[in-house]
Write a protein that binds this ligand. Structure first.
Ligand code: HEM
Length: 455
């Protein structure tokens, strides 16, 4: 097996001694993973105070269940996360709370029913085949930036399935816009923690504002165009246009719709692209697992291209995706703020506290996951999966705010892997260490260059 360095999550935890407030804020700006206390990787609940504000890190599955499900009404999305995301996503489904969230969720839920998701498999397989053909046309020995390639593939899928395909969107510019916007979110989060006023300037702000204006402008244009030209398509834009607030009967205005479109475009393609990027990285490190997936794909599809009806047979491939999401959860920390005092096990947490669920840490707790750093898709065999706590694995969150795109993402990642793997072998440089960086999502800090070889 090639000796490829595995990014070591433990390296990202701070030294034994807790960081002072300033060092902590600096760590949040640089990489919020470095600001996680070491104890959060060891105990179910860890309390800290930062500039007079309580921060509670919860990694134990019982307590996570309390936060996300049983006492979910005591929490709202964290103010720091809202400060980071709302300038771009407004009060859309991901950032809204209460009734406003509820009716937006109800409005879009039908698009994510399993029968609708099944109908999306054809465009998912087509987008994957386009990537495969692009790679097959490269000169031998070429290297691709895998993160970028996966973003492009999942972007095509989200635009095709949710927006009925909009050739007019400039994929490269939108991707750059999202990266530029996310680059300074560490600052917004740190400033919220420091309770700095909303107008406090910070590095990268102008660039983020330009990116946000571009992204919002593109989507507003799209909504206006749909209103003007109409369409028979029963897609996300149609659902949002038809949605009515159950109390006031009011429809969404163009800005509300654009907020949600941008939410779905970002939440719906970047996360899955990152999962696939880490998946190819882990499979390159585990050729024996790659062989096993290839055998499964061959037995489902034979020598013909994979068909939508065959994706459900790819059990091991889906398990490999689940295991990737355990080791590299694209949303590594889920954050909430308490709206009232709440009891978490033995501990009482007051209103206004920041409650953080470092999913990355829960996913590597040795009591839940023996030999936690090992990549082993068998962990998701039916028997061990059933025996585990429901909140031991939560890459998609849980409770009423669980990711609405869960089924979509799992089918999509499975379909893309199963289309690309049989045609091509992807290998990083053996000495390459991608590193881990959190920018709301979990990215390889140094990108993911991979050599592409035909099989
Ligand atoms: C591997 C891929 C994905 C991962 C890891 C992921 C992760 C998550 C997580 C953790 C949340 C909950 C955040 C919280 O509770 O604060 C969430 C929410 C959400 N996700 Fe995903 N997601 C993925 C793919 C998708 C896709 C494909 C879509 C859409 C097509 C999507 C759309 C959303 C939306 C709209 C929400 C907000 C739901 C609500 O608040 O009601 N996600 N996602």
């Amino acid at each position: 097996m090639p000796d490829i360095h595995q990014p070591d999550l433990a390296r990202l935890t701070p030294p034994e001694a807790p960081l002072g407030s300033l060092a902590l804020l600096r760590a949040i700006i640089r990489n919020p993973l470095e600001a996680l206390p070491r104890e959060a990787f060891e105990s179910a609940l860890t309390r800290r105070t930062l500039l007079g504000r309580e921060r509670v890190f919860v990694t134990g599955p019982d307590l996570i269940q309390t936060v996300l499900l049983t006492e979910a009404d005591a929490f709202v999305k964290s103010d720091a996360m809202r400060r980071a995301l709302s300038p771009a996503l407004g009060d859309g489904i991901l950032t809204a709370d209460g009734e406003r969230w509820r009716w937006q969720r109800r409005a879009v839920a039908p698009i994510f029913r399993p029968d609708r998701v099944n109908g999306f498999l054809r465009p998912m397989l087509d987008a994957a085949a386009a990537t495969r053909d692009r790679w097959l046309a490269l000169p031998p020995g070429s290297t691709v930036e895998l993160g970028h390639e996966m973003m492009r593939t999942t972007f095509d899928i989200i635009v095709e399935t949710m927006l009925s395909g909009h050739g007019a969107i400039d994929v490269a510019r939108v991707e750059r816009g999202i990266t530029d916007y996310l680059a300074s979110t560490g600052w917004s989060i740190a400033l919220a923690m420091a309770r700095a006023p909303g107008w406090t300037p910070y590095p990268g702000q102008r660039r983020a504002a330009r990116a946000r204006d571009y992204l919002r402008g593109e989507l507003l244009r799209l909504v206006e165009e749909r209103r003007r030209l109409g369409s028979e398509r029963d897609d996300l834009i149609a659902s949002l246009l038809a949605a009515r607030d159950p109390e006031t009967g009011q429809a969404m205005d163009d800005r509300d719709i654009a907020d949600n479109l941008l939410t779905f475009i970002t939440a719906g393609h970047e996360t899955t692209a990152l999962a696939l990027t880490w998946a190819f990285y882990l499979l390159a490190r585990h050729p024996e697992e790659e062989e096993r997936l290839l055998a499964e794909i061959a037995s489902a599809a034979g020598s013909s291209p994979l068909q939508p009806s065959q994706v459900s047979a790819l059990t091991r491939t889906r398990q490999a995706v689940q295991e990737v999401l355990r080791l590299y959860p694209p949303a590594p920390i889920i954050a909430r703020t308490t709206t009232r005092a709440v009891q978490l096990g033995e501990e009482r947490v007051e209103a206004g506290a920041n409650v953080l669920l470092p999913v990355v840490a829960t996913h590597r707790l040795p009591d839940l996951w023996p030999d936690p750093d090992r990549f082993d898709p068998s962990r998701f065999d039916p028997a061990p999966a059933k025996a585990r706590h429901r909140y031991a694995w939560l890459p998609f969150g849980g409770g009423p705010r669980i990711c609405i795109g869960l089924g979509f993402a799992l089918e999509e990642a499975t379909a893309i892997l199963a289309t690309l793997l049989p045609a091509l072998r992807l290998r990083p440089d053996p000495a390459f260490d991608p590193g881990l960086q959190m920018r709301i999502t979990l990215r390889p800090a140094r990108g993911m260059p991979m050599r592409v070889e035909r099989r």
